[in-house]
Ligand binder design. Structure first.
Ligand code: A2H
Length: 253
C-alpha cells in the first residue's frame, strides 16, 4: 500500500444503452440526465487500448446524482469520497437514485474516452474490490495482466458467466512499445508465464509488477496525440487533456 493518498484518474464512460436487466430499474429515474460509469485508473496513458469495462457482479452500485445533469455509477463509498472532494454540486452530500448489483449492469454499452474502440461493454470481473477506487475498472488487456486474464476467461466461458460473446469480442489494442515485452506487454507475459485464469493470483501479481515497471520506465507511446513520447512524458499530458476536455476528474483516497 502506498503511504500518502493514491491519486487516481476518474474516467467518465457515458452510458449509450443500458443492459436488459438494468433498463427497467433505471430508465425512469435518470430521464433527461447523462449517466456515466466512473472508472478509477492509475494508467491514464493506456486508455487508448480499452476493450471493455469491469464491475464486480456481487458488488452493489449506486446511481448518484452528482449535479442537476450528471449521474455517476460507482460504489457508495466512492460517491461519498467524491462529495468531500468537491466533485458534487453540494459539498458532503450526494443523492442516490437507484442501487443495482453489478450483475445487472453487465451488458450495458458505454463510451470509452480516448479509446481506439469508441464504445465498449460492461463485463463481470470477480476480483474487483468494493473497497478500492470506484468499484468500476476500465479494461486495457494490452497492458494489464488482470484485464487480459479476465477477458480470456470470459471468452472461454461466456455461457457460465452469462454474457453474450459479442460483448467480449474486441481484441487487445497496442498502446505502447516496450523493449522486453513488445507492443502488448500483458498478453506477452500472460502467455510466457502460462497464466491460465484470473485465479492464478501469484503469477498475475508478478506479471502486473513486471508490465508496470517495463511500461513506465521503458515504454514509448504507439497511440494518440503523444505517439513517440515516453510513457513518463505522456502520462501527465494525457491525464491533463482528459480532465480539460471534461472526460475525467481527479479522485483520491
Ligand atoms: B489500472 P492500486 Cl493498463 N478492484 O487501470 C480491483 N482493481 C481495481 C479497482 C478495484 N476496485 N479499482 C481500480 N483497479 C485497477 C488500467 C491499468 C491498471 C493498467 C495496468 C495496471 C493497472 C486499466 N485497468 O493497475 O491497488 C485499475 O487498473 C495495476 C496496479 O490502487 C487501477 O489502474 O494500485 C489499479 O487497479 C489501481 O490499483
Amino acid at each position: 500500500e502506498a503511504l500518502g493518498p493514491q491519486e487516481y484518474t476518474a474516467l467518465k464512460m457515458e452510458v449509450v444503452q443500458w443492459s436488459g436487466l438494468a433498463a427497467p430499474e433505471v430508465d425512469q429515474k435518470v430521464q433527461g440526465k447523462k449517466v456515466y460509469f466512473v472508472a478509477a485508473t492509475l494508467r491514464p496513458e493506456t486508455m487508448y487500448g480499452q476493450t471493455n469495462c469491469y464491475v464486480g457482479p456481487a458488488i452493489p452500485y449506486g446511481l448518484y446524482a452528482i449535479n442537476d445533469t450528471n449521474v455517476y455509477v460507482c460504489t457508495e463509498r466512492a460517491a461519498r469520497n467524491m462529495a468531500y472532494q468537491g466533485t458534487t454540486s453540494e459539498k458532503g452530500r450526494v443523492e442516490c437514485l437507484a442501487t443495482l448489483d453489478g450483475a445487472k449492469l453487465v451488458g450495458t454499452k458505454i463510451k470509452a474516452p480516448f479509446a481506439h474502440y469508441g464504445e465498449v461493454y460492461v463485463l463481470p470481473m470477480e476480483t474487483v474490490l468494493a473497497t478500492k477506487g470506484t468499484g468500476v475498472v476500465t479494461s486495457v488487456p494490452s497492458d494489464s495482466p488482470d484485464d487480459y486474464a479476465t477477458l480470456m476467461e470470459l471468452r472461454k466461458k461466456a455461457e457460465y458467466y452469462k454474457i453474450d460473446p459479442s460483448w467480449a469480442a474486441l481484441d487487445p489494442f497496442p498502446v505502447l512499445r516496450t523493449p522486453s515485452y513488445g507492443d502488448m506487454a500483458a498478453e506477452f507475459l500472460c502467455k510466457q508465464m502460462k497464466i491460465q485464469s484470473p485465479k492464478d493470483k501469484v503469477q498475475l501479481a508478478e506479471a502486473k509488477d513486471l508490465t508496470y515497471k517495463e511500461g513506465f520506465y521503458s515504454g514509448v507511446m504507439l497511440a494518440g496525440e503523444y505517439k513517440g513520447l515516453t510513457v513518463q512524458e505522456a502520462k501527465p499530458k494525457v491525464r491533463a487533456d482528459m480532465i480539460q476536455q471534461g472526460l475525467a476528474f481527479p479522485y483520491a483516497e
